[in-house]
Design a protein around this ligand. Structure first.
Ligand SMILES: *Cc1c(COP(=O)(O)O)cnc(C)c1O
Length: 417
């Protein structure tokens, strides 16, 4: 046999996704397949919906995954709401804002954008003023912008959208499971998450949730596939144009995720198992404890990087806890540093995109990968690699500063107990 059995190298993945998958999730994925209409499987689907509502902090009925990577969730939500000519406002503060605008354009929306410098977020008042001026049907905004490591405050914007009757669609792909995202409290109408970031599940599903405002539009555009429609379905009168995509039609997905269990795609059974276990892990740890864990390892990582003499990128007041951006020291070949980290230590960190390409590294501390051993191993390895690249830094101080953070935390929890 020419091909060997699959055998991957040992890696520490510290990118903003895909991240290391929790071993419990990997085990769940090897559970035997069930038929997608088997009551044993539909019961699992219902559990996934229940757990998603808790993780999304919502009372919305609709909470289920779209099969496809995270952008499939963005596309499903947008194409189900938007008709050609509908106005959308997209405030862009990094790569994924551009993705929102691009998806909306492809569905023929009238897209208005405002931009701010990468590394910053929007002052909510600016977004609200623009929203009032443009009067869009949808305001689409990224919550955790992985390309710049920033997090946009949404509550004020959400409240203004609700008052104005504008639908707020949020990309929380990078933040769900790592930082607080309050779907209902922040007046978010539709929210899209990712599996391969803070949920520590492989890439390939996009959990979404949406409220009755969005559902109303979806029902007005509802269509049942010709080959499976009943007389009643044929008689249904649609008040709006049908949704342009079959795969991403939320009306059809809803029918599949409802007691009707109307056939649509063939469910990715193993990914449902994976997502279920990923969500179970989040709920078992508790949302609050999980967010605190992400903050703790962020704190240790930052302390280590700064003590080493490196400079963080971006406005610190709006940092996304699970992504830490570091400026590449002047004259250093960032890609050579990344290669050496991978080749010599098996550690992967990320570069960035667009205006930040070649300027920063991005370090992810997400989900299962957000651990003390990973942070300490990375700090030690990065120091060694940077010294190898002739960078002048404070030798030995990075790891000590991170260890100090962990020691202080230990004292604190002893006192608290
Ligand atoms: C990773 C990411 C995406 C894209 O997800 P895919 O799974 O690659 O489609 C979208 N938005 C944000 C904020 C992300 O971090």
């Amino acid at each position: 046999m020419a091909y060997t059995e699959l055998c991957t190298p040992k890696r520490i993945i510290m990118t903003p996704g895909p991240v290391e998958v929790d071993p419990r999730v990997l085990r769940a994925m090897s559970t035997p397949i069930l038929g997608q209409f088997d009551p044993a499987f539909t019961a699992i689907m219902n559990e996934v919906m229940e757990m998603l509502r808790q993780v999304f902090q919502t009372k919305n009925h609709w909470a289920f995954p779209v099969d496809g990577t995270s952008r499939s969730g963005l596309e499903a939500v947008l194409c189900s709401i938007l008709e050609p000519g509908d106005r959308v406002l997209v405030p862009i503060y990094g790569r994924f804002g551009h993705l929102f605008a691009e998806i909306c354009e492809r569905y023929g929306a009238d897209v208005h954008t405002i931009e701010c410098q990468w590394g910053e977020v929007f002052e909510p008042g600016r977004v609200i003023a623009e929203m009032k001026r443009v009067n869009p049907k949808v305001l689409a905004m990224v919550h955790g912008e992985t390309s710049t490591g920033r997090m946009q405050p949404l509550e004020e914007i959400g409240k203004a959208c609700r008052e104005q009757g504008v639908l707020l669609v949020v990309d929380a792909v990078a933040s769900i499971g790592g930082v607080d995202v309050k779907t209902d409290e922040w007046f978010i109408d539709a929210l899209v998450a990712g599996t391969q970031k803070c949920l520590s599940v492989p890439s390939g599903m996009a959990p979404i949730t949406y409220n009755e405002r969005v559902e109303k539009i979806v029902l007005a555009r509802k269509k049942v596939e010709r080959g499976i429609a009943t007389d009643e379905d044929h008689a249904y009168t649609r008040s709006m144009r049908p949704i342009a995509s079959n795969y991403f039609d939320l009306g059809m997905l809803q029918d599949y995720w409802s007691p009707r269990r109307l056939n649509h795609h063939t469910e990715a059974t193993s990914m449902i198992y994976a997502l279920r276990e990923g969500l179970r892990l989040v709920l078992e740890e508790g949302l609050k404890a999980r967010f605190l864990r992400h903050k703790l390892h962020e704190k240790a990582l930052i302390a280590g990087l700064e003590a080493m003499g490196l400079t963080l990128f971006g406005n610190p007041a709006h940092k996304l806890p699970c992504v830490t951006c570091v400026e590449i020291p002047n004259g250093t070949d960032g890609e050579s540093v990344r290669s050496m980290l991978l080749d010599e230590f098996g550690i992967e960190i990320a570069s960035s995109f667009g205006p930040l390409h070649g300027k920063i590294w991005r370090i992810g501390t997400m989900g299962y990968g957000c651990r003390k051993d990973n942070v300490l191993t990375l700090l030690g390895a990065l120091e060694a690699v940077l010294i190898r690249h002739g960078v002048k830094l404070n030798r030995g101080e990075g790891l000590q500063a991170a260890l100090d953070v962990y020691a202080a935390e230990k004292t604190k929890s002893v006192v608290m107990n």
